[in-house]
Structures are given as C-alpha cells and as structure tokens.
Design a protein around this ligand. Structure first.
Ligand code: ADP
Ligand code: MG
Ligand code: MG
Length: 210
C-alpha cells in the first residue's frame, strides 16, 4: 500500500473532522484535569491546517507535513501546540522530497516524530500524556510490519494499541503538564492529549484502509 500525497491529505482531513466532532469531548476531558481548552485548541489548529492544505497539496509529503507543523505551532498554543507542532515538523523532516512512502517508511517518520515530541516535552510512557497513546501505537505498527502483517491490519493493530494506551491513562497520576498540578487528584480521569493522539491514529486507519 503506497502512501501518496493524496493519502496524507486524506488523513489530515479525516483528523480535522474527527477533532471537530470530538471538540466538546476533548474539552470536557481537559476540564477535569486541565483548563478546559484541549478540544478548542486542537479544532482551531486543524481548521487552520485545512485552510493551508490547498497551498501545499502539490508539494512533496515532507513539505506538506512541515507546513502542518508550522501552522500548529502558530495557532494551537498551550502545551499541545508546540508538541504536535514538533511531531509534524519532525515527520516532515523524515519525508523531505518524498512523493510516496511505504508503510515501513511511514513508521520510521512517525518514530522520528514521536522522538522529537518526547525530546521537547520530556514525558515518558506512564506520565499521563499523549505519549501514552503514541508510543504503543508506534510499537504495534513496527511489530506488525516486522511480522509481515498486511498494511491494513497493521494500521488496525496500531489504533487498537493507541486506544488501549489512552484508556491506560485513566488510573495514572500525571507527571507532566497542567494535570500534574493536581498530583493524586489527576488519577481517575482519561488524559485529553492521549485521546487526541488516539484520534490521530484512528484518522490514519479510517483514511488509509478504505
Ligand atoms: P494546555 O495544558 O496548555 O492547556 P492542552 O490542553 O491543549 O494544553 O493540552 C494538554 C495535553 O498536553 C495533556 O492532556 C497532555 O496529553 C499533553 N501534554 C502536556 N504536557 C506534556 C508534555 N510535557 N509532554 C507530552 N504531552 C504533554
Ligand atoms: Mg488545556
Ligand atoms: Mg490551555
């Protein structure tokens, strides 16, 4: 399954729609352990991304993803803006000048993107952040590719791991971000960023397994 520019754009469009659909839900999750703006932040950022896409749609995948990263840094703000911004800037750096990728190429780009995000935010798995959905999703994707599983099934396994990682944040005590100010009181709530990261992988599966 080659991943072309149109597929990348279909993924970004699907994610933007999922964020719009889940805007209240994400904001409600953030109202329990943060400042009730995560859905608003992400929806604003990806509406801006959608607006920019036509200006880069005829460029290589790296240029498209870098433009997404810059737009997010400029429009999302808070903790999640620079973090998702770094994710897309790094994904763009790993796919510079590419018009088409294999799923294995894509997993390498996602790994670089997650490593960049983790270097920026200094969160590890278990700190109750987006990292708790992203890292399991990446590991499942890489494992499925290594096992020779077909691309559609590999994407499904990756999303299932992201969803499990998202749910696993519920009992955790937050170690990073605003939720960490609540210390023990952050336990019992699902992390909003882990939820938007799960939706990012869900959008990938929805767009690429059609
Ligand atoms: P803010 O907390 O500034 O209002 P958002 O509400 O948009 O920003 O995003 C909050 C999410 O950001 C959290 O749910 C968490 O997943 C993520 N987050 C916060 N700090 C970090 C960090 N250092 N590393 C990774 N993710 C983080
Ligand atoms: Mg917030
Ligand atoms: Mg905020």
């Amino acid at each position: 399954m080659p991943i072309g520019r149109d597929d990348v754009i279909a993924w970004l469009s699907a994610y933007s729609q999922l964020l719009a659909d889940n805007r209240e839900y994400l904001t409600q999750l953030d109202s329990s352990i943060g400042d009730a703006d995560h859905g608003v932040n992400m929806d604003r950022g990806f509406k801006a991304v959608l607006g920019k896409l036509p200006t880069v749609a005829d460029k290589d995948i790296g240029t498209i993803l870098k433009s997404v990263g810059m737009t997010l840094v400029q429009t999302v703000g808070g903790a999640s803006g620079p973090l998702y911004g770094t994710f897309f800037l790094q994904a763009g750096a790993a796919t510079a000048n590419k018009m088409e990728l294999s799923l294995a190429d894509w997993s390498v780009a996602v790994e670089g993107a997650i490593n960049g995000l983790m270097a920026r935010g200094k969160a590890n798995v278990g700190d109750k952040t987006m990292v708790d959905a992203l890292v399991p999703a990446l590991h499942a994707l890489k494992q499925a590719i290594a096992d020779g599983i077909d691309d559609h099934e590999a994407l499904r396994q990756s999303v299932a791991a992201a969803e499990q990682g998202m749910k696993n944040t519920i009992p955790l005590v937050a170690k990073k971000g605003r939720a960490s100010y609540l210390a023990e009181r952050s336990a019992g709530h699902q992390d909003p960023g882990a939820t938007s990261s799960y939706l990012m992988f869900k959008a990938m599966m929805d767009a690429w397994t059609k």
